[in-house]
Design a protein around this ligand. Structure first.
Ligand code: GAR
Length: 197
């Protein structure tokens, strides 16, 4: 059975969808949900779903990204994950941490990459006058939000959209796309999942 760890920073709605999908004939099972914020709402949601949790507060490691990552590695390595899913994990990881899990760490990002890596993706898409927005799942490489594509879902940007309205429309698609990609990826298939097909 393929073992999956999920890293979160917030409410964890994508994490919940991944965990809920990992039952029955799914090739993977969740072994850990970890957060850089002990107050992250997703930690309780994970525990309620019966998944082991861990928290390593990044604020205990000011200006010490490697110290934070060393502390995060303890519960992570103890869980022996085959795959790591970043699901709203809002800390930038060092190249050393990324390399350790090369080819086994994936991320969901709320834009149609390569457009809009980084933050404020929806506001940037609206400001640019784009007709479409969406979300992307990709392999994590040392360069931020730049790894090979594993899946993408598109939505229209509608007249009158603000960033919150667009984020809500995209999030519905995130909840479809990420489980679909993880199913495929855990089965060893890296063919991108594209919505709409
Ligand atoms: C999601 O929209 C995810 O795409 C985004 O954070 C949100 C987390 O929501 N991730 C990033 O912006 C990563 N740079 P969730 O905690 O409810 O899954």
């Amino acid at each position: 059975m393929t073992r999956v760890a999920i890293l979160i920073s917030g409410g964890g709605s994508n994490m919940v969808r991944l965990v809920q999908d990992m039952t029955g004939d799914h090739p993977a099972r969740p072994v850990l949900v970890a957060s850089n914020d002990p107050e992250a709402g997703g930690l309780k949601r994970a525990a309620d779903l019966g998944v082991a949790t861990a928290a390593v507060d990044h604020r205990d490691f000011p200006r010490d990204r490697e110290g934070f990552e060393a502390a995060l590695l303890e519960p992570l390595l103890a869980a022996r994950p085959d795959i790591i899913c970043l699901a709203g994990f809002m800390r930038i990881l060092t190249p050393g941490f990324v390399q350790r899990f090369a080819g086994r760490m994936i991320n969901i990002h709320p834009s149609l990459l390569p457009k809009y890596p980084g933050l404020h993706t929806h506001a940037r898409a609206i400001a640019a006058g784009d007709a479409q927005a969406g979300c992307t799942v990709h392999l994590v490489t040392p360069e931020l939000d730049a790894g090979p594509l594993l899946g993408q879902a598109r939505v229209p940007i509608l007249p009158g959209d603000d960033a919150d309205a667009l984020a809500a429309r995209v999030l519905v698609q995130e909840h479809r796309l990420y489980p679909a990609v993880l199913r495929r990826f855990a089965a060893g298939d890296r063919t991108p999942v594209m919505f709409p097909r």
